[in-house]
Design a binder for this molecule. Structure first.
Ligand code: SF4
Length: 221
């Protein structure tokens, strides 16, 4: 698969789960047939769609991992260590009747820009095509939400054991400004966070989600 990557994580029974990153959560019929064929050929016991729109091939033995990677046609993905976990996207204005912005194409662009980067801890991005926020943007490390007046960008969200709603960093952005804002936030996080520190904790410690000027503007509204 041209844009896929397949990372392996050890499971509680000693087998491995291989996580296939699926940019934008979009798979064609050929991709599905191909993955199904490889799963059958290697006797993969379970294939699961994850909450981050990845496919998990669960129950793989360690020695089968290289062959499965080769047969699926993708590597391990980003360099060893934490990086971009996924860019989750809803269908947005491409298909959803509520969509006001093109979430899918923005998500694919963000995936392309940041897919190989290494970060202090894993980074999850959610892009939603309207304020209903089906891609969980407010609880992602970086969230992008479409509105009638452009894109809202959030930072420092987390849906885990210490959940946190992301800080609104900017609103009413056009697409290129949204892309730029996401890049600036991730640069700042990469430079300033401690090893293993997720964006939620980093935002609490450093308040780096918003600039002082943005905070002032928001208080005045
Ligand atoms: S966030 Fe909005 S555009 Fe996206 S799937 Fe949900 S309702 Fe549709």
């Amino acid at each position: 698969m041209e844009n896929g990557s397949l990372r392996g994580i050890r499971q509680r029974d000693g087998s491995y789960a291989l996580f296939l990153r699926v940019p934008g959560g979009v798979l064609g019929p050929e991709d599905l047939e191909h993955i199904g064929r490889v799963a059958r050929e290697h006797d993969v016991p379970l294939v699961k769609v994850t909450s981050g729109q990845r496919l998990a091939l669960i129950g793989v033995s360690e020695e089968d991992i290289p062959a499965i990677r080769a047969d699926i046609g993708c590597g391990e993905g980003a360099a060893a260590g934490p990086g971009l976990c996924f860019v989750q996207a809803c269908p947005g204005s491409l298909a959803c009747p509520h969509g006001v912005q093109d979430a899918l194409s923005l998500a694919l662009a963000l995936e392309e820009i940041h897919r190989e980067r290494a970060f202090p801890a894993k980074v999850k991005i959610g892009v939603s095509g309207c304020p209903r926020c089906c891609a969980g943007s407010y609880v992602r490390d970086v969230g992008v939400v479409g509105t009638g007046s452009g894109w809202t960008v959030t930072f420092g969200g987390n849906a885990g054991g210490r959940p946190r709603i992301g800080d609104v960093v900017a609103e009413g952005l056009d697409r290129s400004a949204a892309v730029e804002t996401v890049a600036c936030l991730l640069d700042r996080y990469e430079e300033g966070a401690r090893p293993g520190e997720r964006t939620a904790r980093f935002a609490e410690r450093c308040g780096c989600g918003r600039t002082a000027e943005q905070d002032t503007n928001r208080q005045e509204r």
